[in-house]
Design a protein around this ligand. Structure first.
Ligand code: TYD
Length: 232
């Protein structure tokens, strides 16, 4: 089996957004895509679960169907949607040298299905190694907001999906799982997740967008250096 660390995207960049419900992740995902396009990067915007015709069917089954899925079924369906998205969209884009900005990836599985549902991490790791071929993100931006604030935002949005309807205890485990992934020891034990950077998600969308762009500037100064101030 290929070493996941050596399977980092060969030419393009894979940037992932992660975080619990209601942290403003999708807004920031959109903002970063707009910014990258403005500075002339070739960008592909994708999200999980879904993003492909079969993946959208899986997404509906996972989030909207009303079926009560066993935790293992849930994990396998997320992995199946991921496999489809990678082979159809992510890998071809990376091979072209594009920047792929992905709304959720492997870390969501580790946190939601591993930490919050309690599925064994070894199983999740091997299923996802199989699904992804070991593709490691170049950077994950983890948006962070106090749990009570994010739960209020989720409630205000209305029409909750199957996972948003989970208990507060479940969402507390999700938040704790994401927090744990920021520790250096956790990241060295999970090299398949790549580097994970925290981004404070309080304040205006503009303020959060600047924080996200700064993370790219810090990591790739030649490619993104000092562009945030010009754009946002
Ligand atoms: P989505 O509507 O995309 O919401 P969000 O804006 O929160 O990303 O819903 C995706 C849901 O699926 C979200 O509750 C997180 C969950 N999820 C998992 O449980 N495991 C996974 O591997 C992924 C990718 C998502």
């Amino acid at each position: 089996m290929a070493d996941p660390v050596s399977a980092v995207s060969p030419r393009g960049l894979l940037i992932v957004f992660e975080g619990g419900e209601g942290v403003g992740k999708t807004t920031q995902w959109r903002r970063l895509i707009d910014y990258l396009e403005q500075i002339g990067q070739s960008v592909v915007a994708l999200r999980e679960p879904g993003g492909t015709p079969p993946g959208d069917v899986i997404r509906a089954l996972l989030l909207e169907s009303g079926h009560d899925l066993a935790p293992a079924t849930e994990a396998l369906l997320f992995a199946a949607s991921r496999a489809e998205l990678l082979s159809r969209s992510v890998l071809p884009a990376l091979a072209r040298g594009d920047v792929v900005v992905l709304d959720r990836y492997l870390l969501s599985t580790y946190v939601y299905q591993g930490v919050a549902r309690g599925l064994p991490m070894d199983g999740l790791r091997s299923v996802n190694q199989f699904a992804t071929g070991g593709l490691v993100p170049d950077l994950t931006l983890l948006l962070r907001l106090p749990l009570n604030e994010s739960l209020v935002r989720t409630r205000e949005r209305g029409a909750p999906d199957r996972l948003e309807r989970e208990t507060e205890a479940f969402h507390a485990k999700v938040a704790a799982g994401f927090d744990a992934s920021l520790a250096a020891a956790w990241q060295s034990q999970h090299p398949e997740c790549g580097p994970i950077e925290p981004v404070l998600a309080t304040g205006t969308p503009d303020e959060v967008a600047v924080r996200c762009i700064s993370k790219l500037e810090q990591r790739w100064p030649e490619r993104f250096g000092h562009t945030a101030a010009r754009i946002v």
